[in-house]
Design a protein around this ligand. Sequence first.
Ligand SMILES: Cc1cc2nc3c(=O)[nH]c(=O)nc-3n(C[C@H](O)[C@H](O)[C@H](O)COP(=O)(O)OP(=O)(O)OC[C@H]3O[C@@H](n4cnc5c(N)ncnc54)[C@H](O)[C@@H]3O)c2cc1C
Length: 418
Amino acid sequence: MPASERPRRRDASRPRACDIVIVGGGLVGASLALALAGAGRRVLLIEGVAPDSSEQPSFDERTTALGNASRRIFEGLGVWDDLAREAAPIRVIHVSDAGRFGSARLRAEEQGVEAFGHVIPNRVIGATLWRALQHADGVTVRVPARVTAVEIAADGAALTVADGDGAEEVVTARLLVAADGAQSVVRAAAGIAAAVEDYAQVAITAAVVADRPNDGTAYERFTASGPVAVLPLHGGGYGTVWACTAARAAQVLELSDEAYLAALQERFGWRIGRLLRAGRRASYPLKLSRAAVTVGTRTVLVGNAAQGLHPVAGQGFNLGLRDAALLAEHIVAAGGDPGVPGLLAGYDHARAADRGGVVRFTDSLVRLFASRLPGVSVLRDLGLVLFDLSPPAKRALARVSLGFGGPTPRLARGLTLT
Ligand SMILES: Cc1cc2nc3c(=O)[nH]c(=O)nc-3n(C[C@H](O)[C@H](O)[C@H](O)COP(=O)(O)OP(=O)(O)OC[C@H]3O[C@@H](n4cnc5c(N)ncnc54)[C@H](O)[C@@H]3O)c2cc1C
């Protein structure tokens, strides 16, 4: 039966005329919905895949390094205490260039902070956010449900929502938020173009256990074919992200656990001792995607729908969380209609410097360390050594979690939204 002929579900507990509809309840969308709880708006969060499903693309086996500003945002949202139970602090950051002399070490205590940030499994973040959403005032969730069509007009947006059982319904919004990831259907429906650059690298992630438990050091090791990150995990293990060419990734994914651990050990070295066990591997093609603008008629893009980054600097979600925090702040401060052009333009302007800065910083890091041009490797080694000796440079990097410019969201400064 064509979808248009199916009987429509009528459920009074589900608002069909909303102030704000957020499409995508992954890391950023779920955080935004929570930030808008109690703001006196009818908020609807639509997510295609249940947060505890093994198919969930945002809350999967990855681990996320959260900067201190993100920690403060989560404190403001009332979820940090739950997250902290499974968070591993990053007390030292060690950066090195494989097979060369340059390396740098940043210590949290030298920067006057207890930790640079914390590493938390994505599944834990998802479970925590969605648990909190069950009690979020003014927020309704629909999951599993997908947005299949979007129409945008000057006074609002109309979305066709298909539930897991296939029943379709139209909901309206005064503001439509695209939090539906790098392949955003909302972005496409809003007619906003995205520029995509392929890094020709694939990230392979896995949790591993070594014969030495972690001491709170996060390692970033640059190799000719891509960086390898080894992050401390709660419980003593490590989260690993190994970026390499697509052809190499296909081979690595086929290896037995034993052969994989040997290959990773060869790439990363012996700084954490012998690698003993590995969890499930997953792979992610790495691209830089950047929407031409982050706002349109009645529409705003946040998180990966606005910009998808290489994970080398662990900035993608931290940046997206600042999108969510500042958008909620602008909506609450403006009062009234959340989709008016002035509000959206103000938000876009306020986010521009941070967004541009993080994109440039991350992209330059990937390109600098991937370069095989004669002299570049010597220069970057010198750069690492000088950086290691330079307190101002270290201080600047330690402050990265606050954002790269523009206003820091109130939540990230430990304040409430108003
Ligand atoms: C290997 C790797 C490691 C990373 N490590 C870090 C890190 O340490 N620190 C950091 O800050 N960032 C990190 N990132 C980046 C981070 O994962 C992303 O920035 C983050 O996932 C973006 O969240 P999002 O909610 O915007 O998008 P997504 O995570 O893509 O979520 C989008 C959600 O929208 C849903 N959806 C999509 N379409 C529809 C639809 N039509 N209807 C309903 N729902 C829909 C999806 O099911 C999904 O739940 C890493 C990324 C990778 C690949």
